[in-house]
Ligand binder design. Sequence first.
Ligand code: DC
Length: 226
Amino acid sequence: MSKTISIAIDGPAGAGKSTIAKRLAKELGYYYVDTGAIYRTVAYFMDLIGISPKDVDGVNRYIDEVTVEIEYDEDGTQHMFMNEIDVTNDIRTPDISQKASLISAHAVVRDVLLDMQRDVAKKHNVIMDGRDIGTVVLPKADVKIFLTASAQVRAQRRHLELQAKGSKDSLEKVLADIKQRDHQDSTRAIAPLKQAHDAILVDTSCMDVDAVVAEIRRIVAEKVGQ
Ligand code: DC
């Protein structure tokens, strides 16, 4: 089997990772793997059965009861299955965002999900986004990007997204949630959110989507000639 190409995009919540990664994946013909959705699916399962995301023993006890699968439809959209149920939309709430952040701190959860992420990258050219892709999941990725933006800008973007879905949450609440998640994700003991030493920093605070896509395409062309 010929070697596959991997592009890792890490960064905090709301930096635009999924929007950018989806666009790039389409343009390059790669698989887009949203790893946050995998943690969200586990968080959603534990929530359904009444296990707190902070309850390490409970999470340990029930982790084998959940199967998480990724499937792609014809236009490349990623769907998440929890025990064969499509939960793609159910996992996109602010409540599950917070719970996914808490649950992702547990070693057992990260261990179970690690091989699954690596397997996709072994079989396909991927653009994978998350928090620890360049540092832990794919340390030998061909291209590593650390995508960030100020907390204020990220909150504004998330607020607009949530409003479009009918949410009434204030900008202040969205900002507080983002700051809390930044703190949790970057201070946990295992695989915290951090820029890999060989990742390229792209600050999107003052850039629109087209500009970010163009910048990353330039970096990809330089590194892998595509
Ligand atoms: O990218 P997201 O907002 O959907 O991720 C939800 C949570 O999952 C995030 O707050 C932390 C966790 N996560 C992680 O620990 N490692 C990843 N590679 C991706 C997400």
